[in-house]
Write a protein that binds this ligand. Structure first.
Ligand code: ATP
Ligand code: ATP
Ligand code: MG
Ligand code: MG
Ligand code: MG
Ligand code: MG
Ligand code: MG
Length: 278
C-alpha cells in the first residue's frame, strides 16, 4: 500500500539484522579523546573524574536498556553485551548501535558537570563511535571480554610507566617512548620499582582491571551449581517454563546495576554469577 510515489526509496534500505541466537557486543569508543584529554585537562595517565563519568554514563545506559546483560569499560571505551536471546529492534545492527551511542553520549554530556564542575563543556564536544559484533558461543564472548581486560592491563602498565618517566623522572615524551620501546611487562615493573619505588601490584584495581557493570543478583558459591557450557552456548536453558524465564527476566531487569573492578578472565567471576551467561 504505497502512500506516495516517493515511497519506493524505502527499498534502498539494506537489511542489517544480526545473526540470531548470538551474543551481541556493542563497543563504543571516544572520538579523538587524545585531543579531548588535552582540551579538558585530564590528569595523566588516569583521570579519576573521567573514568567515573564513563562508568556513570554506562550505568545509566544499562538502566535505560534492560536487554544489556553486562558491560565492560576501560579508558574511553565501553562494551555492552546483549543476551543472545535479545530481540530489541529485531536485532538490527544500526538501530542497536546508534541507540547505545546516542544514549551514552547524552548521559556523558548530561553528567559532565557532576564530574567536572569547574570545566564547562564547549565545542569540541565529546562524541563516540560504535560497532556491533556477534559472538556465537559463551567461550567466544568470554574471550572477547578477556581480550579487552588484558588490553586494559597492558595499556595501563605502559601508561603508568611512561608517565612516571615524564612526571617523576623528568623525561621528554619522545625520550620516554624510546626508552620503553621493546620492553616487556617485567621490565616495566622493574623500572617502576627501581626508579620510582612504585609497586605496580599496589596500583588501584580500578585502573588495573577496568570496570565491570552488571545487574547484581544472588551470588552462587563456586561448586554449588556447576555452569554447563557443554552445549557451547547454543542450547536452551535447562527445562525452564516460559513463565519462569519471563519472571527471571523481569527480576534481572529490576536488579541494581553495580560497578566492580573484578577479574573477568578467570572462571570465578562467571561461576559465581551463572545468570549472566544463562
Ligand atoms: P580515536 O578517535 O581513533 O578513538 P583517540 O584519540 O580517542 O582516537 P584511543 O585509542 O581511543 O584514541 O585512546 C584514547 C586516549 O584517551 C588514550 O590516550 C587514553 O590514555 C586517553 N584517556 C581515556 N580516558 C582517560 C582518562 N580517564 N584519563 C586520562 N586519559 C584518558
Ligand atoms: P520510535 O522509537 O519507534 O521512533 P517514536 O515514538 O519516536 O517511536 P516516531 O514514529 O519516530 O515514533 O514518531 C515521533 C513522534 O514524535 C510523532 O508522534 C511526532 O508527531 C512526534 N514529534 C516529533 N517531533 C515533534 C515536534 N517537534 N512537535 C510535536 N511532536 C513531535
Ligand atoms: Mg576509535
Ligand atoms: Mg578513542
Ligand atoms: Mg579508546
Ligand atoms: Mg520518527
Ligand atoms: Mg522516533
Amino acid at each position: 500500500m504505497a502512500n506516495s510515489r516517493f515511497e519506493y526509496v524505502k527499498n534502498f534500505e539494506q537489511p542489517d539484522t544480526l545473526l540470531p541466537n548470538t551474543w551481541i557486543v556493542v563497543r563504543i569508543d571516544g572520538r579523538g579523546f587524545t585531543k579531548l584529554c588535552a582540551r579538558y585537562g585530564f590528569e595523566k595517565p588516569n583521570d579519576r573524574r573521567a573514568l567515573d563519568l564513563m562508568n556513570a554514563a554506562a550505568k545509566a545506559v544499562m538502566g535505560d536498556v534492560t536487554d544489556i546483560t553486562i558491560a565492560y569499560g576501560v579508558s574511553d571505551e565501553f562494551s555492552f553485551v546483549f543476551h543472545k536471546s535479545c530481540t530489541m529492534f529485531e536485532r538490527r545492527a544500526s538501530k542497536l548501535v546508534s541507540t547505545i551511542v546516542s544514549t551514552f553520549t547524552a548521559y556523558y554530556v548530561y553528567l559532565w558537570s557532576t564530574y567536572f564542575p569547574d570545566t564547562p563543556l564547549a565545542p569540541p564536544l565529546p562524541s563516540f563511535d560504535g560497532r556491533a559484533v556477534c559472538y556465537p558461543s559463551v567461550q567466544n564472548l568470554r574471550d572477547y571480554m578477556s581480550w579487552r581486560q588484558a588490553d586494559c592491563h597492558i595499556n595501563n602498565l605502559y601508561n603508568t610507566t611512561f608517565w612516571a618517566l615524564i612526571q617523576l623522572g623528568g623525561m621528554e615524551a619522545k625520550e620516554a617512548e624510546k626508552f620503553l620501546a621493546g620492553t616487556l611487562a617485567k621490565d616495566k615493573n622493574e623500572i617502576l620499582f627501581s626508579r620510582f619505588k612504585i609497586n605496580y601490584n599496589n596500583e588501584p584495581e580500578s585502573l588495573k582491571k577496568g570496570s565491570v557493570l552488571f545487574r547484581d543478583y544472588e551470588l552462587v558459591e563456586p561448586g554449588s551449581q556447576p555452569v554447563d557450557h557443554a552445549d557451547g552456548g547454543f542450547g536452551e536453558p535447562a527445562q525452564q517454563s516460559k513463565t519462569q524465564i519471563e519472571n527471571d527476566k523481569k527480576r534481572r531487569a529490576k536488579a541494581k546495576v553495580v560497578v566492580e573492578h573484578l577479574d573477568i578472565i578467570k572462571d570465578d567471576f562467571w561461576e559465581r554469577r551463572p545468570w549472566l551467561l544463562s
